[in-house]
Design a protein around this ligand. Structure first.
Ligand SMILES: [Zn+2]
Length: 302
């Protein structure tokens, strides 16, 4: 069986690990975040009640900016905790040893995994953006096969809950890795999108084609049409992405290979020729800038 799926979406791409950490943190800190939102709302409406105290400054006197800072600090700390827990799970015993962490527990799992006692602290894996340790790669592959950020139902639901708060959703169930050979997939990306819906399906509309590959079935096709309202952007479209990325420390990436444009609207130069393709790309998108994208995904299971 061969499956092919094409989606059109307005959005951007982020490292899947950053989305996973953010979503788990978001779920865990819902009670304090709700309490802070309630406090800010009551303060704003003048209904915040505080107990009498000797100190001159009370919670009611603190400006809203301070409460927003507390809220952001709560989120930052929760995400940091998620990163550390993931390091604890995926980091190899040699890196743990170099960092002075509890490496014996990890080694209990695999006593034949030799500790590299010469590994320096600076060589240990401490940044999700920089998977520098080959031993960690081996360790992860041996014990986990690969990361499974989006393969667990609970994780998918957590991501959906985080994104829904910003009026967004994942662009598709399938993730993307520009380095097809990479394993584990440190560079796996997830698409974030403005919600769209299909008249025939409730989830993200896609052009899906399945081909069994039988002797008499060599091609298949499907076509969807777009309502003009589907591509009309809400006025706060960019703001939704910007707030999500900055609040939850997501790591945007740009996996696009080329830009579809038109030359019919470009001015003619004095010689009468239109501008070259490279000139038309001066206004290239930033990786944290949402835009319309066409994504194709194909997989075969024979
Ligand atoms: Zn390591």
């Amino acid at each position: 069986m061969c499956r092919s799926s094409v989606i059109l979406f307005y959005g951007l791409w982020v490292k899947t690990w950053s989305l996973a950490f953010a979503a788990h943190a978001h779920e865990k800190i819902q009670p304090p975040l709700l309490a802070l939102d309630l406090l800010i709302a009551r303060r704003r409406s003048g209904k915040l009640v505080v107990e009498e105290q000797d100190l001159q400054t009370t919670a009611r006197d603190l400006p809203e900016e301070v409460w927003e800072l507390i809220k952001q600090e709560t989120i930052d700390e929760a995400i940091h905790q998620e990163e550390e827990e993931a390091f604890e799970l995926y980091r190899c015993p040699s890196c743990k040893f170099a960092l002075g962490k509890n490496w014996e527990t990890a080694l209990d799992k695999d006593p034949f995994f030799g500790i590299n006692g010469k590994k320096r602290k600076a060589e240990a894996w401490t940044d999700w953006r920089d998977p520098r340790c080959h031993e960690c790669t081996t360790w992860i592959w041996r014990w986990h096969g690969d990361f499974a950020w989006q393969r667990r139902r609970a994780a998918v639901e957590r991501m959906a809950a985080l994104l829904a708060g910003f009026g967004l959703r994942v662009a598709s169930k399938s993730t993307l890795c520009t380095n097809a050979e990479q394993s584990p997939r440190f560079d796996e990306l997830s698409g974030l999108a403005l919600p769209l819906q299909s008249s025939s399906e409730s989830h993200n509309p896609a052009v899906d084609v399945n081909l069994r590959g039988d002797q008499h079935e060599r091609h298949e096709s499907a076509v969807l049409e777009l309502s003009p309202t589907a591509i009309a952007l809400p006025s706060n479209a960019e703001l939704r992405f910007r707030r999500l990325i900055s609040t939850y420390q997501l790591e945007p990436e740009d996996p696009t290979s080329s830009t579809i444009t038109t030359n019919t609207l470009l001015p003619l130069d004095p010689s009468g020729a239109t501008q070259s393709a490279s000139e038309s790309q001066d206004g290239a998108f930033r990786k944290d800038e949402p835009r319309w994208m066409l994504r194709v995904h194909a997989e075969a299971d024979w």
